[in-house]
Design a protein around this ligand. Structure first.
Ligand SMILES: Cc1cc2nc3c(=O)[nH]c(=O)nc-3n(C[C@H](O)[C@H](O)[C@H](O)COP(=O)(O)OP(=O)(O)OC[C@H]3O[C@@H](n4cnc5c(N)ncnc54)[C@H](O)[C@@H]3O)c2cc1C
Length: 608
């Protein structure tokens, strides 16, 4: 249920404005994850010659402070007050505190960071922008969605918009003075976009007229930006059925005047804002387009390809909500578990009062949260850096290889990370015990907000299908085999039994073996009996996530030791823990994968 302003005291203050301990931006951990993922290699590319490391570190630190001091204090207010559709004038309003934070975000130029300089951007690697998104999402997940959607719209216009559209829309979207939306979903078209019914008819020199109803549109209407630029999938009269008949249109909320400024209101309005489990500060809108003015973006009937540009960027942005939520939940759970005393633990011959964290079960929960955060963060940044290499790599072969790795890993980064984020929020509730279930502690908000991650931007089930049926089989499975080869060779496994990580490497080797054998099984089944492959797709995606995550944590430990960073002892322990607690489950996942679809050959029993 969306909470209302009645949660405030008469003087307008909230009972507990913080909703848990203050958020601290984990800038050092983020920087280390970027380094492990290959930041140095990307910064060496000609496209990033203007980005020096110290500027990049300063940007992360400054944004970390902004996220902690300005954005995070608005999080609970957004949860309690929510966004509302005011009947007259029919506009969505957001809490006053959002306005201040958003204006400072715009004034700081943070939204421009990864985009081309010719439109006012900073041309930083997209992985660095993803790091900023993580901190924003930790600080206030609901508000962070606004720039996420804007950045997706920018990506689509950069790739598919014509020069005139780019000129008119991009500079304003980059700053965030205008925001963007993504309009795919309709009542009968969710996972199945081929069922979209929204239409667009050509109106001569007046452009296109878009009509239809979209639902669940994030930040579809609001009062933070001067204009809202909707990117809408619609069907032209001559269109073939299914996804092949979709075209992409840009539909501004206010039509641009001849001077390029927002002018007359367009025929698009928000008719409903959903009440939902979490993300109360993010308006989820029903949008009605009634012969609204629109412009075609990219080729007619090329809408799906254009929308995929937007969705691919957005999938990593949604994926990073996993570690973002997990980090925030961990910070709170850690503070609570080190402060509260319950029961006793053994101490030599006797016993002593125990803090929660002294109990092995609680310690395990905290470490699962902690290491899952580090592993998924590393996976997301690695995927984003492959994307940067795919665009700007020096050699065509490097670009192609990086593009294939990014394509393979994107669904894993989205699905595995958001599943881990929700699991971590749930562990956070568990660590706090009864207090974890009490709204005023702030922990329930973590859980409620995190639940959407596995659903939107293509459900995690759809991500698994994408991995297995669209990505894995490319070029006969070549790219997953190449990735496995790379994962078997770097860093060189330490074989000395005295190495603190030797046990972790043994577990990792087994996990890698499971992934190699199930990959071959999947490739064979994709041809021979696709249902068997599809039945195992979710477990296969998880196995990829677990194995790549372990690989990256081992690389992180090796990197930390080699470079002598302060966190090196912690990195070794975290890799050991993750291997023992998570990667050790790889064999179970492998067994689930190869069960196939036989046991699903039964009717689902009636419910009553
Ligand atoms: C808070 C929120 C914000 C959102 N923001 C946006 C937005 O900004 N723009 C936008 O366009 N949409 C948005 N959405 C919509 C969101 O992307 C969809 O809800 C999501 O893609 C799932 O579609 P659906 O709800 O119709 O579920 P369905 O498609 O009905 O799926 C229901 C279940 O069936 C499974 N399923 C469906 N088809 C298949 C299949 N072929 N194979 C296997 N399993 C299948 C799904 O995995 C899921 O578990 C938002 C939704 C929410 C709740």
């Amino acid at each position: 249920m969306t909470a209302t302003a009645t949660h405030r005291h008469a003087d307008g203050h909230l009972p507990d404005p913080a909703g848990g301990p203050a958020y601290r931006a984990p800038v050092q951990d983020i920087l280390l994850a970027l380094d492990v993922a290959g930041l140095e290699r990307v910064l060496a590319l000609a496209a990033y010659a203007h980005v020096d490391r110290s500027t990049l570190v300063s940007a992360l630190e400054e944004f970390g402070r902004f996220a902690a001091e300005v954005i995070a204090p608005t999080d609970r207010i957004g949860d309690l007050d929510g966004a509302h559709l005011d009947p007259e004038p029919r506009r969505v309003t957001t809490p006053a505190e959002f306005h201040t934070a958003y204006r400072m975000y715009v004034d700081g130029g943070w939204g421009t960071l990864p985009f081309p300089t010719r439109f006012g951007g900073g041309a930083f690697p997209s992985a660095v922008a993803l790091a900023l998104q993580e901190m924003f999402a930790s600080a206030n997940l609901a508000l962070s969605l606004n720039p996420v959607l804007t950045q997706g719209a920018i990506e689509a216009l950069l790739r598919w918009g014509d020069a005139d559209q780019q000129e008119r829309y991009l500079p304003h979207l980059l700053t965030g003075r205008w925001s963007g939306t993504m309009n795919l979903t309709e009542a009968d078209a969710g996972s199945d976009l081929g069922a979209i019914r929204t239409t667009a008819r050509h109106d001569g020199a007046l452009g296109w007229r878009v009509s239809g109803t979209k639902q669940f549109i994030t930040w579809g209407d609001h009062d933070l930006a001067e204009n809202i630029v909707h990117l809408v999938l619609a069907r032209t009269p001559d269109a073939p059925a299914g996804t092949k008949g979709l075209s992409l249109f840009v539909v501004p909320r206010r039509i641009l005047s001849s001077s390029g400024l927002p002018g007359a209101e367009n025929a698009v309005r928000c008719t409903h804002v959903e009440e939902k489990l979490g993300l109360h500060g993010s308006p989820t809108c029903t949008m009605v387009f009634d012969e609204a003015y629109g412009e075609l973006v990219g080729p007619r009937h090329g809408g799906m390809r254009a929308m995929f540009t937007m969705m691919n960027a957005a999938r990593l942005s949604i994926g990073v909500q996993g570690p973002a939520v997990a980090e925030r939940a961990y910070q709170q759970a850690h503070a609570y578990a080190t402060g509260r005393v319950q029961g006793r633990v053994r101490d030599g011959e006797g016993s002593r009062p125990a803090r929660l964290v002294d109990h092995l079960d609680v310690k395990r929960m905290l470490l699962l949260m902690r290491t899952g955060t580090q592993a998924s963060r590393a996976l997301l940044f690695a995927t984003a850096l492959f994307g940067d290499l795919a665009t700007h790599g020096d050699h065509p072969d490097d670009r192609e290889r990086a593009r294939q790795f990014a394509d393979l890993l994107t669904p894993v980064a989205k699905a595995w990370s958001t599943d881990l984020g929700f699991a971590s929020a749930s562990l956070g509730v568990q660590v706090l015990g009864g207090a974890g279930y009490i709204e005023e502690t702030g922990m329930p908000q973590r859980l409620r907000d995190a639940r959407i991650g596995p659903i939107y931007e293509g459900t995690n089930g759809i991500q698994a299908l994408d991995l297995v049926t669209r990505k894995l089989g490319r070029d006969g499975g070549r790219w997953m085999r190449e990735l496995l080869h790379e994962m078997g060779g770097s860093p060189p496994p330490p074989r000395s039994p005295t190495d603190p990580l030797s046990a972790a490497y043994r577990i990792y080797d087994r996990s890698l073996g499971c992934l190699a054998s199930t990959t071959e099984w999947m490739l064979a089944k994709l041809d021979a009996s696709p249902d068997d492959a599809i039945a195992g797709a979710g477990a296969y995606l998880e196995l990829v996530g677990v194995t790549v995550g372990t690989w990256l944590l081992l690389r992180r430990a090796a990197f930390a030791v080699d470079s002598g960073v302060d966190q090196r002892a912690r990195c070794i322990e975290e890799a050991e823990f993750f291997a023992a607690e998570v990667a050790a489950g790889a064999q179970g996942l492998a067994q689930t994968i190869v069960v196939g679809a036989g046991h699903l050959d039964m009717a689902v029993p009636p419910s009553a």
